[in-house]
Design a protein around this ligand. Sequence first.
Ligand code: HEC
Ligand code: HEC
Ligand code: HEC
Ligand code: HEC
Ligand code: HEC
Ligand code: HEC
Length: 494
Amino acid sequence: MSQSSENKTSRSRLLRNWISLVGLVLATASFFAFVLLFAVDLLSHHGNPYMGILAYVVAPSFLAAGLVLTFTGAWLKLRQEHRAQPGALAGMLTIDLLRARDRRILIVFLMASVGFLFLTALGSYQTYHYTETVQFCGQACHVPMDPEFVTSQHSPHARVECVACHVGPGAVAYFRTKINGVRQLYHTLVGDFDRPIRLTAAKQRPAQETCEQCHWPQKYTGPMDHTLRHFLADEKNTPFSVRLLLNVGGGDPASGPVGGIHWHMNLGNKIEYISPDETRAKIPWIRFTNEKGVATEYRAPDFKDDPAKYAIHTMDCMDCHNRPSHRFRTPNDAVDLALANGQIDSKIPWVKAKVVEALARPYSTKPEALQKIDASLRAAYPDRADLGPLISQAQAIYNDNFFPEMKADWRVHPDNLSHKETNGCFRCHDGQHKAADGKTTVKASDCKACHLILAQGNDEEILKLNAKGLEFVHIDSEYSDFSCSECHTGASPK
Ligand code: HEC
Ligand code: HEC
Ligand code: HEC
Ligand code: HEC
Ligand code: HEC
Ligand code: HEC
């Protein structure tokens, strides 16, 4: 009897120190917090980004910290006693299975361990899962990721998780990203991050690890029929549309004829290039290696340097589709879309020009922008009482495409999939890049290599299809070279 009571004190006594007590309180509290948050997270239908962080990151961290403290305290106490009375410990810590009390303790201990391991497994699975969600990446750190989150929600990839494109497959990529994430969390908390944020070439994952997990590069796409609807910046907002038959083609002989725009798929051939600037807006040197291994180098006329001094990139999907998920529409495009869809009334005189002008002005915060857009449209139409829908539509366009706090809009994140408002395809296809024998790549003037213009003009003209393709009739037909983006800046052609 006396021995058992001595034993009782000897075991729990180890926990009677401040460090262990604090640890126990912390562990118990965070355990209950975890159970509660987990239940709320399971039952609620609308995920809240902070709930996930609390349940699967914060609570388990505190639980682990609590347990570490508890055991550290006990261990320190044990060491202290061992120093004071060497040898006395041995008897105290032996477990005697013949003693009913020891058996009970052992069973409780084993059950608690299994329960804890189970919860840890569940917790880590949920934590892993949670840190892969769009919510975690896009909403939890609010300000810095807001532009990419908002734009991705209006993209064809709205249902694709951020990590599918930004974290490669496998455990190494996962851990590398999470370790990087801790650093980013710190920078977010102290507000020390780039505005705008850019993916440097080194951080961008190759298409084979991202896009090609879902898209099959061998797919033969063939011709695609696109109608691009525009409105002129005149009093009547005159419609002007272009209907293109894009020669998308394909790059794999087993799936369809090889040729066209998707010929650059790196299947038989390989295209490499260098770019001295981060945004890859200028491409002064290209090397094309065909399926027989014969390489041809094309240079821009002013490029005399040695290309080996630069990082050589292999062209992939993202050199054309650089905004698959985060498309910051130009004011021009966004207003054209709203006019075409009837969200903005095209009967309001000069409305195209006025809204584009209001959107494109520089603002420093979103609230300021929304308020000034309101004021400038009211000033533009002092006699109209029905401006409510127009103003809210203009503000909605601003909300979805402009992020002044992060300095993010179409000016810093241009779309390369065309050549009207950025150089896009014409970075390589400007007709200026020449091989040693004077040969060029597909020239900008060779419009039909990339698309046929099936119809163009106002709402009536656009219905008259011409299967052979038309010459482009430009509004003022005065452009001398083919650098469309010199006039078409996205905010106005003037
Ligand atoms: C379909 C693939 C895809 C998905 C899904 C995706 N991204 Fe991206 N993201 C890209 C590509 C491609 C770029 C690089 C654009 C370039 O060339 O500069 C990019 C760029 C970025 C950038 C750098 C800034 C910029 O706009 O260039 C950030 C930040 C970013 N993404 C965050 C996110 C977040 C947060 C999510 C989820 C809400 C997400 N991404 C989902 C493909 C994707
Ligand atoms: C997790 C799977 C997944 C990944 C990864 C992915 N996509 Fe997609 N992508 C889709 C799906 C699904 C659609 C079809 C969306 C629809 O039609 O509604 C799509 C559609 C597209 C389209 C057609 C867009 C349109 O306007 O209809 C393009 C272009 C595209 N993806 C390019 C890319 C590129 C480039 C990448 C890599 C940066 C990529 N995708 C990564 C699943 C994915
Ligand atoms: C010398 C300047 C200049 C060049 C170069 C130029 N454009 Fe234009 N473009 C204009 C002007 C001015 C308008 C009339 C804009 C308006 O009233 O909104 C216009 C209107 C258009 C429109 C219809 C309205 C709109 O805003 O979308 C399209 C489409 C267009 N241009 C395509 C092109 C293409 C493609 C190229 C290159 C092949 C090109 N332009 C080169 C000045 C130019
Ligand atoms: C040379 C530029 C270029 C490259 C490289 C490129 N694409 Fe495209 N792709 C285009 C153009 C242009 C279109 C048609 C216009 C559009 O979709 O807006 C297109 C269309 C598509 C479509 C829509 C077609 C459909 O069937 O609905 C998908 C999906 C696509 N590309 C995926 C990819 C993937 C994946 C890669 C990389 C393996 C890739 N593209 C590489 C230029 C390119
Ligand atoms: C990094 C440079 C680069 C960019 C960007 C680029 N291309 Fe190309 N493209 C090439 C090279 C190199 C060739 C092969 C030239 C040759 O055949 O001599 C080529 C060939 C082509 C061909 C002819 C394919 C065939 O059937 O032989 C088409 C069509 C084409 N490109 C369309 C586009 C379009 C559309 C875009 C933009 C969406 C684009 N390219 C962007 C480098 C580029
Ligand atoms: C290297 C390939 C290539 C060449 C060469 C080319 N284009 Fe294009 N063009 C494209 C692509 C890609 C698009 C984007 C189509 C889309 O967004 O659906 C485009 C879009 C356009 C548009 C619609 C732009 C808009 O936003 O409304 C016009 C107009 C146009 N091209 C005219 C021309 C004319 C005129 C020429 C010859 C002087 C020409 N293009 C040469 C690839 C090319």
